[in-house]
Write a protein that binds this ligand. Sequence first.
Ligand code: SF4
Length: 327
Amino acid sequence: MSEEKKLQEYKRKPDWIRVKAPTSKGYNETRNLMRGLKLTTVCEEAACPNIGECWTKKHTTVMILGDTCTRACKFCNIKTGKGNPVDPDEPAHVAEMVLVTEMKHIVITSVDRDDLDDGGADQFVKVIAAVRKASPETTIEILTPDFRNKPGALETVIASKPDVFNHNLETVPRLYSYIRPGARYFHSLNLLSKVKEIDPEIFTKSGIMVGLGESETEVLQVMDDMRSADIDFMTIGQYLQPTKKHVNVEEFIKPDQFLKFKKRAKAKGFLHVSSSPLTRSSHHASEDFEVLQAVRREKIKKAENVFCQDAPIDFEEMKKYNPNYDL
Ligand code: SF4
């Protein structure tokens, strides 16, 4: 077999990547609902391999601010061009979708809107407010663009208090100029760090794709960078080439390597890690949110116990420094 043929064989999707074509009744119902409400989803636009599973369960990731992105990342299937006019009815349509599907946890993302003064921040706020009003019990996760050169946009979105703030780093810093030319690694990292600084109650989340030619050491470095930005939840999934025009898959990472990444990331202190070939940032987002809450609760409980058991309050000592302290 020629070297080229061997390479082609190697690059064919391995068994652990193949997924069934979506055909279920639930899938079709979700599809019709989205069409009826004129909502765009990243599930379809990004050709997500999990669409059959997610849509059968009525879990979608709604993509606001149109279907056209002002950036042109090499891995992404979303079309590039001039952004669509902002739809004033979009917040109400997203809220209706949440009501109809009785969604417990919604993920809202958007295309990059470098053409708008606020990068689309105001529309995020309006959509969050509409969902909150229609269904106060529904928890809200946002997956935002990087709001680069949009002063005040991040702070505007944080003030609307989403439950989870996700922004994906996508890849290791060495590959940024090629894979994600419009973005900057440290800007994205800093954005997540700021979310935590401004509102520590919001869970932060970020993810990368592997199989783009990054080394294991580079992935471990990204984990450390994410931890230094106090990110709570890391996702790692296999990059899949959407069309021949997109960047090639350099390698199909084996499931045991994903497991290894998961163990290393957990050891580095993330509250939660999802690492598998088909992990996508919004896959199982509702279940993952419950895990995040439970782990945070557990940590707080442990910290309180440590404080009570290991550091009994020394009232005499306190009185030395504050004679007016009332024993
Ligand atoms: S993993 Fe996310 S993007 Fe993919 S189908 Fe599920 S909800 Fe949509």
